[in-house]
Design a protein around this ligand. Structure first.
Ligand code: AMP
Length: 584
């Protein structure tokens, strides 16, 4: 029988341990879950704390707690912890021992061997210190592999031939980017760049600053007591994570502190676009490093076959957008970015043990789901811009929401189209559902509507649209959203969508039945409603307004007759503005 070899990602902020068994990788749960904070401490009674407990203690007793020890590996220093001092290897060994214990509990047998990952830039001294840490923890380090190599193993182990991938790794406190070359089974890091002091913690700090500014400006709070500050820090990280999937995050902290003898409750909403402005310069820095790594490797973005996402902070949509923009492809992040490196270490361990590894499968959606909106496509204004909410290869279950804005004043309805496909022009994708939300508030254009797409592992897609100001909501459920469309089904569906937009379909491909062609596009419905309303108001309008309204109605009628929706947009906008002021 072969020895058990575990795979360990010994990270700056968090560490994980994984094992390859029965053809798949299991990331092992310790006391606080799969992700163990890389913190060690001594409590007031002299007992050792590791992981979550040590991280919790750090907030109140930083002097008795050590974090980010990875940054000191290879240095000849002593770290004070309680009454004693320790080398960085000894502190790292404490973390490794905890992971080893979790693995032993999981397998029910002693575990003495490990593959440990290290950053590609680690020097010999840092690698040696890591090996020593393993030995102190009672682990024979059978191999140390680079973190980007581990990530490449996870994604690329099934491929033959030669490939080049970029591994973008943004964690809590560090950022690394590597260009990796793969020749059959040999994986080699050809260049590496990064910033040892940049990560999600910096994003949290920006939000903390924002919340402190709010407390100062709105409530006159100049300084926060430590406990309130700790709550703000936790709330900031939670809000950051919500903003990865939703356009707004509400920060609510009851009784945050006492001000002038009164309890102060914090309640403030943060919009994703404001948050993105706060962190934009950090993302710029990472992209600069990406291009530096490419140039060090003598390669261009177009030479890359794939971009792989590693590290919890790569869930930030702005990171993915920027990479997609520069590389012209969707970066891959379907393997949990927090667990990817540990999974790769476990695969390496399995290879050493002679296993024939299969790729690490996770449930992902093979299709992109989204809706359509007014926007710019190829430099032209169009009502058919496809806005993806759930992108293909996203692990399921998943829930994503996005904010949309009404286009005209007094808009009382929105039509939500649910499409499957990749084309930026929604007309070329497949419509799998649609619904109308009626009864919206009578407000100027720009009324916020939040569309939420939730997809589960059974392929059931739930889509809802909510008027943010009032909570008015409608939804639909599509049972088999992940079903594969046959080619003729596809053509039929395309036709159906074209008709929805008021265009002629290809009749040869179409036998969609009596329902086909009856529905009208949102813009057409809106235009008709608007004309109806304007005609009712004509008599009451002043002469100037009346003439302008008649002109606009005629322009819209021309647009409707020609089936040219783009022609409708401007007169609709102007007419709705006049109506809005006539009514208010
Ligand atoms: P790692 O060191 O790879 O475990 O990454 C930890 C960092 O990822 C922390 O800063 C987390 O706050 C951050 N993180 C985890 N989940 C998310 C998320 N959903 N969106 C943005 N950042 C996240």
């Amino acid at each position: 029988m072969t020895d058990i070899i575990i795979g360990i990602d010994l990270g700056t902020t968090n560490s994980e341990v994984a094992l390859y068994e029965n053809g798949k990788v299991t990331v092992i749960e310790g006391e606080g879950g799969k992700i163990m904070p890389s913190f060690a401490g001594i409590d007031e009674n002299g007992a050792l704390l590791v992981g979550v407990a040590a991280r919790n203690q750090y907030v109140v007793y930083p002097e008795r707690t050590v974090k980010s020890i990875k940054r000191r590996m290879g240095e000849d220093v002593r770290i004070a912890l309680g009454e004693q001092s320790y080398s960085p290897q000894e502190i790292s060994a404490i973390l490794l021992k905890q992971l080893k214990a979790a693995a032993e509990k999981y397998v029910g047998a002693p575990v003495n061997k490990a593959v440990i990952t290290v950053p590609a830039y680690f020097s010999d001294a840092q690698r040696l210190a890591t090996r020593e840490a393993g030995e102190i923890a009672g682990l024979e380090v059978v191999k140390m592999i680079n973190e980007p190599t581990a990530a490449a193993l996870v994604y690329e182990s099934g491929h033959q031939g030669s490939r080049k991938v970029l591994v973008y790794d943004l964690g809590g406190g560090t950022f690394d980017v590597s260009v990796v070359a793969i020749e059959d089974d040999v994986i080699e890091v050809i260049s590496s760049h990064g910033n040892n002091h940049l990560g999600g913690d910096d994003f949290d700090l920006k939000l903390v600053e924002h919340l402190c500014d709010y407390l100062r400006l709105e409530h006159g709070v100049e300084a926060l007591p430590p406990q309130a500050m700790a709550r703000i820090e936790r709330a900031a990280e939670t809000a950051k994570k919500i903003l990865s999937d939703h356009p707004f995050a509400m920060v609510e902290e009851e009784y945050l502190l006492e001000k002038d003898g009164m309890p102060l409750h914090l309640k403030v909403e943060i919009a994703r676009h404001n948050y993105e402005e706060m962190i934009e310069s950090y993302i710029d820095d990472t992209m600069e490093a990406v291009h530096q790594a490419l140039s060090d490797a003598g390669l261009a973005a177009s030479d890359m076959d794939e971009v792989l996402l590693v590290g919890g902070s790569t869930r930030t949509p702005l990171v993915r957008e920027r990479l997609e923009m520069d590389f012209g492809m969707t970066p891959r992040g379907e393997v949990d970015p927090d667990l990817c490196v540990a999974s790769g270490a476990a695969l390496q361990a399995a290879l050493i043990n002679g296993s024939r590894i299969q790729s690490v499968l996770v449930d992902v959606t093979p299709y992109t789901f989204g809706t359509s909106a007014l926007g710019e496509l190829d430099g032209e204004f169009t009502p058919y811009l496809f806005v993806p909410l759930i992108k293909k290869n996203t692990p399921v279950p998943v829930s994503k929401s996005e904010v949309f804005y009404t286009a005209v004043h007094d808009q009382e309805a929105v039509d939500i189209l649910v499409c499957q496909g990749e084309d930026p022009d929604a007309r070329n994708n497949i419509e799998i559902g649609s619904f109308l939300v009626r009864g919206l508030s009578r407000v100027p254009a720009g009324n916020e509507i939040i569309a939420c797409f939730s997809l589960d592992t059974d392929g059931i897609l739930h889509v809802s649209a909510r008027e943010k100001a009032t909570g008015l909501e409608k939804s639909i459920t599509i049972e088999n959203a992940m079903a594969r469309f046959e080619e003729n089904e596809l053509a039929k569906a395309r036709n159906k969508v074209r008709r929805l937009f008021g265009e002629a379909g290809d009749t040869a491909a179409d036998d969609a039945g009596p329902e086909a062609g009856k529905a009208e596009p949102d813009a057409v419905v809106q235009a008709r409603l608007l004309i109806e309303k304007a005609e009712k108001l004509l008599d009451a309008a002043e002469e100037d307004d009346r003439l302008e309204m008649i002109e606009l109605i005629e322009a819209m009628q021309d647009g409707l007759a020609a089936g040219d929706i783009a022609e409708l947009v401007e007169p609709m906008d102007e007419l709705s503005e006049i109506i809005f002021y006539l009514e208010s």
